[in-house]
Ligand binder design. Structure first.
Ligand SMILES: NC(=O)c1ccc[n+]([C@@H]2O[C@H](COP(=O)([O-])OP(=O)(O)OC[C@H]3O[C@@H](n4cnc5c(N)ncnc54)[C@H](OP(=O)(O)O)[C@@H]3O)[C@@H](O)[C@H]2O)c1
Length: 283
Protein backbone atom coordinates (compact mmCIF):
# COMPACT_ATOMS: atom_id res chain seq x y z
CA UNK A 1 0.00 0.00 0.00
CA UNK A 2 1.23 3.49 -0.83
CA UNK A 3 0.34 6.33 1.55
CA UNK A 4 0.69 10.08 1.03
CA UNK A 5 0.83 12.43 4.02
CA UNK A 6 -0.10 16.08 3.44
CA UNK A 7 1.00 18.21 6.41
CA UNK A 8 3.87 15.79 7.01
CA UNK A 9 6.19 18.37 8.56
CA UNK A 10 3.59 19.34 11.19
CA UNK A 11 2.69 18.17 14.68
CA UNK A 12 0.34 15.30 13.77
CA UNK A 13 1.44 14.59 10.18
CA UNK A 14 5.06 13.93 11.19
CA UNK A 15 3.89 11.40 13.77
CA UNK A 16 1.73 9.62 11.19
CA UNK A 17 4.68 9.45 8.78
CA UNK A 18 6.89 8.00 11.54
CA UNK A 19 4.26 5.41 12.44
CA UNK A 20 3.98 4.34 8.80
CA UNK A 21 7.78 4.05 8.56
CA UNK A 22 7.89 2.05 11.80
CA UNK A 23 5.27 -0.31 10.31
CA UNK A 24 7.59 -0.97 7.35
CA UNK A 25 5.99 1.34 4.79
CA UNK A 26 7.73 3.95 2.66
CA UNK A 27 5.23 6.82 2.67
CA UNK A 28 5.20 9.76 0.30
CA UNK A 29 5.03 13.27 1.70
CA UNK A 30 3.69 16.42 0.03
CA UNK A 31 5.68 19.28 1.54
CA UNK A 32 6.60 22.91 0.98
CA UNK A 33 10.18 22.32 2.07
CA UNK A 34 12.42 19.40 1.06
CA UNK A 35 14.89 20.52 3.72
CA UNK A 36 12.33 20.17 6.53
CA UNK A 37 11.18 16.79 5.23
CA UNK A 38 14.77 15.49 4.99
CA UNK A 39 15.56 16.77 8.49
CA UNK A 40 12.59 14.83 9.87
CA UNK A 41 12.60 11.63 7.82
CA UNK A 42 16.06 11.41 6.14
CA UNK A 43 15.69 9.17 3.09
CA UNK A 44 12.84 7.04 4.46
CA UNK A 45 10.10 8.82 2.47
CA UNK A 46 9.41 9.88 -1.11
CA UNK A 47 9.32 13.66 -1.18
CA UNK A 48 6.96 15.65 -3.40
CA UNK A 49 7.32 19.41 -3.20
CA UNK A 50 4.32 21.68 -3.66
CA UNK A 51 2.05 24.21 -2.00
CA UNK A 52 -1.68 23.54 -1.61
CA UNK A 53 -2.33 27.27 -2.09
CA UNK A 54 -1.27 26.80 -5.67
CA UNK A 55 -0.57 23.12 -6.29
CA UNK A 56 -0.40 23.11 -10.10
CA UNK A 57 0.78 19.75 -11.46
CA UNK A 58 2.72 18.95 -8.24
CA UNK A 59 -0.34 17.47 -6.50
CA UNK A 60 -1.28 15.22 -9.44
CA UNK A 61 2.28 13.89 -9.57
CA UNK A 62 2.24 13.17 -5.83
CA UNK A 63 -1.03 11.21 -6.17
CA UNK A 64 0.20 8.70 -8.77
CA UNK A 65 -0.04 5.16 -7.37
CA UNK A 66 -1.30 6.35 -3.96
CA UNK A 67 -3.86 4.21 -2.09
CA UNK A 68 -4.53 6.38 0.96
CA UNK A 69 -3.96 9.98 2.05
CA UNK A 70 -3.63 11.52 5.49
CA UNK A 71 -4.70 15.15 5.06
CA UNK A 72 -3.98 18.08 7.37
CA UNK A 73 -5.21 21.52 6.31
CA UNK A 74 -5.76 24.62 8.38
CA UNK A 75 -7.32 28.09 8.21
CA UNK A 76 -10.69 29.72 7.64
CA UNK A 77 -10.65 28.64 3.97
CA UNK A 78 -9.34 25.09 4.51
CA UNK A 79 -12.37 23.85 2.56
CA UNK A 80 -10.61 25.04 -0.63
CA UNK A 81 -7.60 22.82 0.04
CA UNK A 82 -9.71 19.86 1.22
CA UNK A 83 -11.71 20.16 -1.99
CA UNK A 84 -8.63 20.40 -4.22
CA UNK A 85 -7.01 17.35 -2.62
CA UNK A 86 -10.08 15.10 -2.38
CA UNK A 87 -11.34 15.77 -5.91
CA UNK A 88 -7.83 15.27 -7.35
CA UNK A 89 -7.49 12.11 -5.25
CA UNK A 90 -10.75 10.68 -6.54
CA UNK A 91 -9.75 11.42 -10.14
CA UNK A 92 -6.36 9.76 -9.56
CA UNK A 93 -7.96 6.56 -8.21
CA UNK A 94 -6.90 7.08 -4.58
CA UNK A 95 -9.13 4.84 -2.47
CA UNK A 96 -9.28 6.63 0.86
CA UNK A 97 -8.71 10.04 2.48
CA UNK A 98 -8.27 10.39 6.24
CA UNK A 99 -8.86 14.03 7.15
CA UNK A 100 -7.75 15.55 10.45
CA UNK A 101 -10.85 17.41 11.60
CA UNK A 102 -12.12 18.63 14.96
CA UNK A 103 -14.66 17.61 17.57
CA UNK A 104 -15.99 21.15 17.20
CA UNK A 105 -17.64 20.18 13.91
CA UNK A 106 -20.32 18.82 16.27
CA UNK A 107 -20.60 21.95 18.41
CA UNK A 108 -20.07 24.64 15.75
CA UNK A 109 -17.56 26.32 18.09
CA UNK A 110 -14.24 27.88 17.04
CA UNK A 111 -12.82 26.20 13.94
CA UNK A 112 -15.72 23.72 13.81
CA UNK A 113 -17.50 25.46 10.89
CA UNK A 114 -14.22 25.58 8.90
CA UNK A 115 -13.79 21.82 9.22
CA UNK A 116 -17.51 21.15 8.65
CA UNK A 117 -17.15 22.80 5.24
CA UNK A 118 -13.94 20.80 4.63
CA UNK A 119 -15.67 17.53 5.53
CA UNK A 120 -18.51 18.37 3.12
CA UNK A 121 -16.02 19.01 0.32
CA UNK A 122 -14.39 15.61 0.94
CA UNK A 123 -17.83 13.94 0.96
CA UNK A 124 -18.77 15.63 -2.29
CA UNK A 125 -15.60 14.39 -4.00
CA UNK A 126 -16.88 10.81 -3.82
CA UNK A 127 -13.62 9.41 -2.38
CA UNK A 128 -13.95 7.10 0.64
CA UNK A 129 -13.13 9.07 3.80
CA UNK A 130 -12.53 8.93 7.51
CA UNK A 131 -12.74 12.12 9.58
CA UNK A 132 -10.71 12.31 12.77
CA UNK A 133 -12.77 14.63 14.97
CA UNK A 134 -10.17 15.33 17.64
CA UNK A 135 -10.56 17.26 20.87
CA UNK A 136 -8.10 20.09 21.67
CA UNK A 137 -4.47 18.96 21.54
CA UNK A 138 -2.31 18.65 24.68
CA UNK A 139 0.40 20.33 22.63
CA UNK A 140 -1.65 23.56 22.75
CA UNK A 141 -0.11 23.84 26.22
CA UNK A 142 3.20 24.81 24.56
CA UNK A 143 1.48 28.18 24.16
CA UNK A 144 1.66 28.54 27.96
CA UNK A 145 5.38 27.87 28.19
CA UNK A 146 6.67 31.43 28.04
CA UNK A 147 4.56 32.81 30.91
CA UNK A 148 5.16 29.67 32.97
CA UNK A 149 8.92 29.86 32.39
CA UNK A 150 9.21 33.59 33.03
CA UNK A 151 6.53 34.25 35.66
CA UNK A 152 5.32 30.87 36.93
CA UNK A 153 1.81 31.70 35.77
CA UNK A 154 -0.78 30.53 33.23
CA UNK A 155 -3.40 33.14 32.26
CA UNK A 156 -6.59 32.00 30.58
CA UNK A 157 -10.22 32.98 30.07
CA UNK A 158 -11.38 29.37 30.53
CA UNK A 159 -12.31 29.84 34.21
CA UNK A 160 -13.10 26.55 35.92
CA UNK A 161 -14.35 24.93 32.69
CA UNK A 162 -12.88 21.61 31.59
CA UNK A 163 -11.65 20.05 28.36
CA UNK A 164 -10.24 16.57 27.63
CA UNK A 165 -7.10 17.50 25.69
CA UNK A 166 -5.71 14.62 23.63
CA UNK A 167 -2.06 13.61 23.19
CA UNK A 168 -0.80 14.11 19.59
CA UNK A 169 0.47 10.50 19.59
CA UNK A 170 -3.07 9.25 20.20
CA UNK A 171 -4.35 11.26 17.24
CA UNK A 172 -1.56 9.88 15.05
CA UNK A 173 -2.26 6.33 16.24
CA UNK A 174 -5.95 6.63 15.36
CA UNK A 175 -5.19 8.25 11.99
CA UNK A 176 -2.65 5.56 11.10
CA UNK A 177 -5.05 2.78 12.11
CA UNK A 178 -7.77 4.34 9.94
CA UNK A 179 -5.41 4.61 7.01
CA UNK A 180 -3.91 1.15 7.20
CA UNK A 181 -6.92 -0.98 8.26
CA UNK A 182 -9.72 0.83 6.34
CA UNK A 183 -11.97 -0.33 9.20
CA UNK A 184 -13.40 3.16 9.69
CA UNK A 185 -14.32 4.19 6.15
CA UNK A 186 -17.31 6.53 6.04
CA UNK A 187 -16.98 7.34 9.76
CA UNK A 188 -16.26 10.45 11.79
CA UNK A 189 -14.18 9.29 14.77
CA UNK A 190 -14.62 11.41 17.88
CA UNK A 191 -11.46 11.13 19.98
CA UNK A 192 -10.50 12.85 23.22
CA UNK A 193 -8.02 12.50 26.04
CA UNK A 194 -8.87 10.32 29.05
CA UNK A 195 -10.40 13.01 31.26
CA UNK A 196 -11.68 16.56 31.15
CA UNK A 197 -9.44 18.88 33.18
CA UNK A 198 -9.63 22.57 33.98
CA UNK A 199 -6.75 24.82 32.99
CA UNK A 200 -6.10 25.25 36.72
CA UNK A 201 -5.72 21.46 37.09
CA UNK A 202 -3.40 21.33 34.08
CA UNK A 203 -1.39 24.21 35.56
CA UNK A 204 -0.90 22.17 38.76
CA UNK A 205 0.11 19.13 36.70
CA UNK A 206 2.80 21.11 34.87
CA UNK A 207 3.97 22.53 38.20
CA UNK A 208 4.36 19.00 39.61
CA UNK A 209 6.20 17.86 36.46
CA UNK A 210 8.76 20.70 36.68
CA UNK A 211 8.95 20.66 40.47
CA UNK A 212 7.92 24.34 40.84
CA UNK A 213 4.63 25.93 41.80
CA UNK A 214 2.71 27.38 38.83
CA UNK A 215 -0.25 29.67 39.36
CA UNK A 216 -3.48 29.84 37.31
CA UNK A 217 -4.82 33.35 36.76
CA UNK A 218 -8.22 34.01 35.24
CA UNK A 219 -8.51 36.73 32.60
CA UNK A 220 -11.50 38.12 30.68
CA UNK A 221 -12.42 37.33 27.08
CA UNK A 222 -11.31 40.85 26.14
CA UNK A 223 -7.90 40.36 27.76
CA UNK A 224 -7.55 36.92 26.11
CA UNK A 225 -8.37 38.46 22.72
CA UNK A 226 -5.86 41.29 23.16
CA UNK A 227 -3.10 38.83 24.12
CA UNK A 228 -3.93 36.52 21.20
CA UNK A 229 -3.92 39.34 18.67
CA UNK A 230 -0.32 40.09 19.73
CA UNK A 231 0.91 36.82 18.17
CA UNK A 232 -1.92 35.72 15.84
CA UNK A 233 -3.05 39.12 14.53
CA UNK A 234 -6.68 40.24 14.29
CA UNK A 235 -9.01 37.97 12.36
CA UNK A 236 -10.79 34.64 12.21
CA UNK A 237 -8.13 32.64 14.06
CA UNK A 238 -8.01 34.94 17.10
CA UNK A 239 -11.82 35.03 17.13
CA UNK A 240 -11.97 31.22 16.96
CA UNK A 241 -9.57 30.78 19.89
CA UNK A 242 -11.48 33.18 22.15
CA UNK A 243 -14.71 31.41 21.13
CA UNK A 244 -13.20 28.04 22.13
CA UNK A 245 -11.96 29.32 25.51
CA UNK A 246 -15.39 30.84 26.25
CA UNK A 247 -17.01 27.50 25.38
CA UNK A 248 -14.61 25.70 27.73
CA UNK A 249 -15.53 28.13 30.53
CA UNK A 250 -19.23 27.55 29.88
CA UNK A 251 -18.78 23.76 30.10
CA UNK A 252 -19.67 23.18 26.44
CA UNK A 253 -16.41 21.38 25.51
CA UNK A 254 -16.00 18.80 28.26
CA UNK A 255 -16.81 15.75 26.10
CA UNK A 256 -14.89 12.55 26.90
CA UNK A 257 -15.13 9.54 24.58
CA UNK A 258 -13.58 6.07 24.53
CA UNK A 259 -12.64 6.49 20.84
CA UNK A 260 -8.88 6.05 21.35
CA UNK A 261 -9.39 2.82 23.34
CA UNK A 262 -11.88 1.45 20.82
CA UNK A 263 -9.56 2.07 17.88
CA UNK A 264 -6.07 1.48 19.31
CA UNK A 265 -6.90 -1.05 22.04
CA UNK A 266 -5.11 1.02 24.69
CA UNK A 267 -6.09 3.83 27.03
CA UNK A 268 -5.48 7.39 25.82
CA UNK A 269 -2.34 9.04 27.21
CA UNK A 270 -3.03 11.25 30.25
CA UNK A 271 -2.02 14.93 30.50
CA UNK A 272 0.51 14.25 33.28
CA UNK A 273 2.48 12.03 30.89
CA UNK A 274 2.48 14.78 28.25
CA UNK A 275 3.68 17.27 30.88
CA UNK A 276 6.47 14.93 32.02
CA UNK A 277 7.59 14.40 28.41
CA UNK A 278 7.81 18.15 27.86
CA UNK A 279 9.26 19.59 31.09
CA UNK A 280 12.13 21.21 29.15
CA UNK A 281 9.68 23.63 27.52
CA UNK A 282 8.42 24.90 30.88
CA UNK A 283 11.68 25.24 32.85
N1 LIG B 1 -4.82 22.42 18.14
C1 LIG B 1 -5.98 21.86 18.45
O1 LIG B 1 -6.40 21.85 19.60
C2 LIG B 1 -6.79 21.18 17.38
C3 LIG B 1 -7.91 20.43 17.74
C4 LIG B 1 -8.65 19.77 16.76
C5 LIG B 1 -8.26 19.89 15.42
N2 LIG B 1 -7.17 20.64 15.10
C6 LIG B 1 -6.80 20.76 13.68
O2 LIG B 1 -5.53 20.16 13.48
C7 LIG B 1 -4.94 20.75 12.33
C8 LIG B 1 -3.53 21.20 12.68
O3 LIG B 1 -2.74 20.06 12.87
P1 LIG B 1 -1.19 20.17 13.28
O4 LIG B 1 -1.12 20.67 14.68
O5 LIG B 1 -0.51 18.90 12.95
O6 LIG B 1 -0.71 21.37 12.31
P2 LIG B 1 0.72 21.98 12.15
O7 LIG B 1 1.70 21.42 13.11
O8 LIG B 1 0.54 23.47 12.11
O9 LIG B 1 1.15 21.49 10.69
C9 LIG B 1 0.55 21.97 9.53
C10 LIG B 1 1.18 21.25 8.35
O10 LIG B 1 0.53 21.68 7.14
C11 LIG B 1 1.53 22.12 6.22
N3 LIG B 1 0.99 23.17 5.37
C12 LIG B 1 0.45 24.35 5.77
N4 LIG B 1 0.06 25.05 4.70
C13 LIG B 1 0.35 24.30 3.60
C14 LIG B 1 0.20 24.49 2.21
N5 LIG B 1 -0.34 25.61 1.70
N6 LIG B 1 0.63 23.51 1.37
C15 LIG B 1 1.18 22.39 1.85
N7 LIG B 1 1.35 22.14 3.17
C16 LIG B 1 0.95 23.09 4.04
C17 LIG B 1 2.67 22.64 7.10
O11 LIG B 1 3.86 22.67 6.35
P3 LIG B 1 5.12 23.64 6.68
O12 LIG B 1 6.05 22.83 7.54
O13 LIG B 1 5.67 23.94 5.34
O14 LIG B 1 4.57 24.85 7.38
C18 LIG B 1 2.67 21.55 8.18
O15 LIG B 1 3.30 20.39 7.72
C19 LIG B 1 -5.85 21.92 11.92
O16 LIG B 1 -6.72 21.50 10.90
C20 LIG B 1 -6.62 22.19 13.19
O17 LIG B 1 -7.85 22.84 12.96
C21 LIG B 1 -6.43 21.28 16.03
Amino acid sequence: MKYLVIGATGNIGARVVQRLINAGARPSVFVRSTKRAKALFCDQVDIHVGDLENPGPSLGRALVGVDGIFLVTDGLDLEKRDRAVSFAANRAGVRHVVKLSTLDVRTGIGTGPWHARGENAVRESGVAFTFIQAAGFMSNAFGWSESIRREGVLRSSTGGGKIAFIHPDDIAAVATASLTTRDYDGQALVITGPEALSYGEMTDTIGRAIGKPVRFEEITDGQAYARTVEWAGKGAYADALVDIWRAVREGRLDTVTDGVKQITGREPIPFDQWATENTASFQ
